[in-house]
Design a protein around this ligand. Structure first.
Ligand code: HSE
Length: 428
């Protein structure tokens, strides 16, 4: 016997319209495979008058309260994003006895604790597969396929827009702004592109998945975040010459009872699996103590891939298959300090070209205990020349102190660009 499940959808933007399309287009396929007859009964959007289909079985409204008040709706999908009114909608829906599905990584990263507590108190569940990795089922992989592991580290390309931009800059020499506009037109970017390019979106995602993986409450504000706005085509070209690619990575690693969690552009060797992740694709490597590194790769942004993740949660809830994380056993995260963070670095700066400059820079590195692995100076006719350094492993604090000193030299133009080199992070 087929089971009818009525759904209320709030937000008909890029992902919401993808979900509406999927529920219509794949309705028979889902029914055939699962015996669940998913019916989108009510859809809410402030533009309901313009986008609501005439003569449709779906009721269109501008007021999200209509969705929650409908007694036939058992699953509410929140796809408006942002903190408010999304937080109120989700908590009201849970309290009204609805299960919830959301793609809202910002909200979960910042207020996940309170939302999980409300869900537990209401004896309802919340699906959030679409909040991390777009169409990649990484939350399910973590909760189910890898459930028998202690998770040691997670790292990945978690933002489609920035990966798209870096790919276009590398392959087509496109300017940053052209590549961003292109990504926006394709529906990958956040409403505020600063969330993508400044690294916040990737940070929200590494926060959500790491909280779950390690069973520790991670304070979003404790995450060190750096976006891609400092990356120039020159860095990408130099990286390539040296056998590396530049990717924006979200990284979290367990270090004793502490967590090292951060988002930044990183140099990875071209032979590394993440180096071949292009365009809007995401890839997530989850390193379990039993499995070793497991990498999932697929479309990390866009209407249909993200709708696929939303549909997966809807189906699992309809089957009674999603349970809340055991948050009562979660502890407060402690964070690895920068005195204990050790990495290799790439540094690019522009200096005047005259005797003694290299020695002064090398002296600053040496004074702070940073050992240089290689150095390249490019010849140029202009006043300033590019100078590139790769260091051996160094303590983050020491490299920052060296850079501070180097930035202060009168022969340096602007500020040095610093990019960590992640050689073997999946196995650390
Ligand atoms: N703006 C996000 C990205 C969309 O580019 O990955 C999905 O979260």
């Amino acid at each position: 016997m087929n089971k009818v499940v009525k759904i209320g959808l709030i937000g008909l933007g890029t992902v919401g319209s993808g979900v509406a399309h999927l529920l219509k287009h794949n309705h028979e396929e889902i029914l055939r495979k699962t015996g669940i007859d998913l019916k989108l009964a009510i859809a809410c959007d402030i533009r309901a008058d313009e986008i609501g289909e005439k003569n449709s079985a779906i009721t269109y409204t501008k007021d999200w309260k209509d969705v929650i008040a409908d007694p036939e709706i058992t699953i509410v999908i929140e796809l408006i994003g942002g903190t408010e009114p999304a937080y109120t909608i989700i908590t009201e829906a849970l309290r009204a006895g609805k299960n919830v599905v959301t793609a809202n990584k910002k909200l979960l990263a910042e207020k996940g604790r309170s939302i999980f507590e409300t869900a537990a108190a209401s004896d309802k569940t919340i699906g959030f597969e679409a909040s991390v990795g777009g169409g990649i089922p990484c939350i399910r992989a973590l909760n189910e396929g890898l459930a028998g592991n202690r998770i040691l580290s997670i790292s990945g390309i978690l933002n489609g827009t920035t990966n798209y931009i870096l790919t276009r800059m590398e392959e087509e020499n496109k300017s940053f702004n052209d590549a961003l506009r292109d990504a926006q037109e394709k529906g990958f970017a956040e409403a505020d592109p600063a969330f993508d390019i400044e690294g916040y979106d990737a940070a929200h995602k590494i926060c959500v998945i790491s909280t779950l993986a390690y069973g520790r409450w991670i304070d979003f504000s404790a995450i060190s975040i750096q976006g891609i706005t400092q990356i120039s085509p020159l860095d990408i070209r130099f990286a390539k010459e040296m056998g590396y690619a530049i990717k924006l990575l979200g990284i979290s690693k367990i270090a004793g009872d502490e967590i090292d969690i951060r988002v930044h552009p990183a140099m990875i060797h071209q032979s590394h699996p993440l180096a071949s992740v292009h365009n809007e694709n995401n890839a997530i490597t989850i390193n379990g103590d039993m499995t070793g590194a497991v990498t999932l790769h697929g479309k990390g942004a866009g209407s249909f891939p993200t709708a696929s993740a939303v549909a997966s949660d809807i189906i699992q809830i309809a089957r009674g298959n999603i349970s809340l994380p055991e948050t009562s056993a979660f502890s407060e995260a402690k964070y690895l300090s920068s005195e204990r963070r050790i990495t290799r670095y790439y540094m690019r700066l522009r200096t005047k070209d005259r005797p003694g400059i290299l020695a002064k820079i090398a002296g600053a590195f040496g004074k702070h205990g940073v050992s240089i692995a290689s150095v390249i100076q490019k010849e140029s006719n202009s006043e300033f020349v590019p100078l590139l350094f790769m260091t051996h492993e160094a303590v983050e604090n020491n490299i920052l102190a060296a850079i501070d000193e180097i930035n202060g030299f009168e022969f340096v133009d602007g500020k040095a660009t610093l990019i960590p080199i992640e050689d073997s992070f999946a196995n650390r």
